[in-house]
Design a binder for this molecule. Structure first.
Ligand SMILES: [Ca+2]
Length: 117
């Protein structure tokens, strides 16, 4: 009788081991509200987030995002253009409406953006 109880316990432990990965925290994901373009210091929507409040030019001068962008999601109403300087010169790349990108080393250069709506 005692042997049977030990065997049941072993089964219960094995079941717990299988279910643990499903309850782990999900990885970071792009989570930008509709009608905004969003900018993160980390990859895939992780880290400090800034949501551009409207179209036009925005400089990252003096902020944590200057030369420190990890990812962008464009759910706004215009194409986002990235610039090397904090004054809209040194064009780097563009992100179309609907795009979500990890910038990699390019993000270490971005100092300003222009959203053309
Ligand atoms: Ca730069």
């Amino acid at each position: 009788m005692k042997k049977a109880i030990v065997a049941l316990s072993a089964v219960a432990v094995a079941t717990l081991t299988w279910t643990t990965p499903a309850s782990a925290a999900p990885p970071p994901a792009f989570d930008c509200p509709a009608n905004y373009s969003c900018y993160w210091t980390g990859a895939s929507g992780a880290g400090s987030q800034w949501n551009a409040p409207s179209c036009g030019g925005w400089t990252f001068s003096g902020t944590v995002w200057n030369n420190n962008l990890g990812s962008i999601q464009n759910r706004g109403n215009g194409t986002v253009h990235l610039y090397d300087t904090t004054n809209y010169t040194g064009y780097l790349a563009s992100i179309a409406i609907g795009g979500a990108v990890n910038l990699g080393s390019l993000g270490d250069r971005v100092g300003s953006i222009r959203i053309n709506c």
